[in-house]
Design a protein around this ligand. Structure first.
Ligand SMILES: [Zn+2]
Ligand SMILES: [Zn+2]
Length: 81
């Protein structure tokens, strides 16, 4: 059982600058970038591959991409590094 068609998954990449592969998170019905951990909701087998609709989880690491301004960020006023 998988969220989306394997052939579709094979051609999908994250919109982040690395265009990394995506992992399926079946529990959350999301595709998650293997690089920056940005999540994309899957609705009726269709992954919503838009930054505007992406899911920013605790695991999201925009700093890994070095382009935090290219993806939605949570304003928290703090930097950890
Ligand atoms: Zn990514
Ligand atoms: Zn990336």
């Amino acid at each position: 059982m998988s969220l989306i068609d394997a052939q579709l998954k094979a051609i999908l990449v994250c919109p982040c600058p690395h265009h990394a592969d995506l992992d399926e998170d079946e529990a959350a019905s999301q595709l998650v970038c293997t690089h920056c951990h940005l999540g994309f909701e899957v609705r009726d087998g269709i992954p919503i591959m838009m930054l505007e609709e992406s899911v920013v989880s605790d695991a999201y690491q925009p700093e890994k991409c070095g382009a935090a301004d290219a993806v939605p960020t949570v304003a928290n006023g703090e930097t950890s590094s």
